[in-house]
Write a protein that binds this ligand. Structure first.
Ligand SMILES: Cc1ncc(COP(=O)(O)O)c(C=O)c1O
Length: 364
C-alpha cells in the first residue's frame, strides 16, 4: 500500500533518542537548547522556543498577548487548533473564507470582518503553501494587528528569499508524525521579539521566573530532550526530504494538469511550497466521478488518500454552537471536493508515476 506519510526515523535519529534515554536526561534540557538554536539558525529567526506540540505553540502565542474579547481573523479552512486556541485564550475567532485557488486566507473577506475589537490575524501556510506574506504584513500594519503565523504544515516553505520561519513575532510549528518534520509530539515557536521570547519561556513553565516563584499563570508545555534529539538529527535532512517532496509534486502537477475536472493547489507567486500535502479539487461532473469515489478506486489500486478537511471550522459543531451558523462558499466547496494524494519524501519516482497513472485510468 502507498501510504499518505512516511514516518520512519533514520538510524541516526533513533540512536540520538537512545543516547538521551541512556543518559537519564528525560526532561527539557541541553538537547532542547540545541534544537532551538539550530532551528532558529535554519529558518533565520532570532529565537526559537520548543514546546509540547503545535497546539501548545499556538496556545502560548495567544497567551502572550491576547485579551478577553479580542477578535482574531482565522481562515475557516484549517485544522481546529488554529481557531480553538483563540477561544481558549478568551478571544473570538472570526472565521474567514479562503481563496479558491491557493486555499489560503482571503484578505478581502478578512477586511470585511474587521471591527473595533480585531486584534490579530492567524494566516495558515496551508499544506505548506506560503501565504503572500507581504500582503498579510501590509494588511496587518494598516489595521494594527498582531500576526500569529500557523506554520504547522510548512517547515522549509519560503517566501521571496527567506524561510517563512524568519518573519515576525509568532511562527508556530508542529512536529507531529506526518508533518514535514516529525519527532513524535513536539512544537516550536519562532520569534524575532526578545520580550515575547522571554514571555513564551515563562508561560511554557508555569509562569515561573525563579525557583518556585510564579509571576504569571502558565502551563507545562515543555518538550523533552528525547524529541529534541530526534529533531536535531532530522533537521539535517530536512532539505533532502523537501527536495523529494518537491520532485514528487512537480511530477504530479505535470502528470495531472491536462486532466479535465481536476485542479491542483496554486502556489503563491514568490513562494516556495513545502508540499506537506498535495491536494486536488475534483469537479465530479467534468471529471466523471466525485472525490469519494476516486478515493475508493485509488484504495483498490493500493493508494491511500486523505481528506483535509471535510468541513470548515465554521461547520464544526463546537463553533456552530458558540458562534452560530453562516456560509463561507469557497471553504465549503473545498471541503466537499478536495482530495489529498501521497507526495511524501518516501515515495519513489515509480510510485508517483503509478499514482498518476491510476488517477488517469480511474474508470477502469
Ligand atoms: C494547521 C495546523 N495547525 C495546528 C496544528 C496542531 O499541531 P499539533 O498536532 O502538533 O498539536 C496542526 C496539526 O495537525 C495543523 O495542521
Amino acid at each position: 500500500m502507498i501510504e499518505m506519510a512516511q514516518i520512519k526515523l533514520t538510524d541516526s535519529e533513533v540512536d540520538a533518542a537512545v543516547r538521551v534515554l541512556r543518559s537519564g536526561s528525560l526532561r527539557q534540557g541541553r538537547e532542547c537548547d540545541g534544537f532551538e538554536a539550530e532551528f532558529a539558525a535554519k529558518v533565520g529567526a532570532k529565537h526559537a522556543v520548543t514546546c509540547a506540540n503545535g497546539t501548545a505553540a499556538l496556545h502560548l502565542a495567544y497567551m502572550a498577548f491576547l485579551e478577553q474579547g479580542d477578535e482574531v481573523l482565522v481562515p475557516s479552512f484549517t485544522f481546529i487548533a488554529t481557531g480553538s486556541m483563540v477561544t481558549l485564550c478568551g478571544g473570538k475567532p472570526i472565521l474567514c473564507d479562503v481563496d479558491p485557488a491557493t486555499f489560503l486566507l482571503d484578505l478581502k473577506d478578512a477586511e470585511r470582518k474587521i471591527t473595533r475589537k480585531t486584534r490579530a490575524i492567524a494566516p495558515v501556510h496551508l499544506f505548506g503553501n506560503p501565504c503572500d506574506m507581504q500582503a498579510v504584513a501590509e494588511f496587518s500594519r494598516k489595521h494594527n494587528l498582531t500576526i500569529v503565523w500557523d506554520a504547522a504544515q510548512a517547515h522549509g516553505a519560503r517566501y521571496h528569499d527567506g524561510d517563512i520561519g524568519g518573519f515576525g513575532d509568532f511562527v508556530c510549528y508542529s512536529f507531529y508524525p506526518s508533518k514535514n518534520m516529525f519527532v513524535g509530539e513536539g512544537g516550536m515557536i519562532c520569534t524575532n521579539n526578545d520580550q515575547f521570547d522571554h514571555l513564551l519561556r515563562y508561560l511554557r513553565t508555569h509562569g515561573q521566573t525563579g525557583k518556585y516563584i510564579h509571576t504569571m499563570l502558565g502551563l507545562n508545555y515543555r518538550m523533552t530532550d528525547v524529541e529534541a534529539a530526534i529533531g536535531r538529527q532530522q533537521l539535517q535532512r530536512l532539505d533532502e526530504m523537501l527536495e523529494l517532496r518537491s520532485r514528487n509534486a512537480r511530477l504530479l502537477t505535470e502528470g495531472l494538469s491536462d486532466l479535465e475536472g481536476i485542479r491542483c493547489q496554486r502556489t503563491t507567486p514568490s513562494g516556495q511550497h513545502a508540499w506537506h500535502q498535495f491536494c486536488v479539487v475534483i469537479d465530479p461532473v467534468i471529471f466523471g466521478c466525485d472525490r469519494d469515489t476516486l478515493a475508493i478506486r485509488l484504495k483498490e489500486k493500493g493508494i491511500s488518500t486523505g481528506v483535509h478537511y471535510p468541513r470548515g471550522l465554521h461547520q464544526q459543531p463546537v463553533f456552530k454552537e458558540l458562534y452560530g451558523e453562516y456560509r463561507l462558499p469557497s471553504t465549503e466547496h473545498l471541503a466537499e471536493h478536495i482530495l489529498a494524494i501521497p507526495v511524501h519524501h518516501g515515495l519513489s519516482e515509480a510510485d508517483v508515476l503509478y499514482i498518476i497513472d491510476s488517477i488517469r485510468t480511474r474508470h477502469e
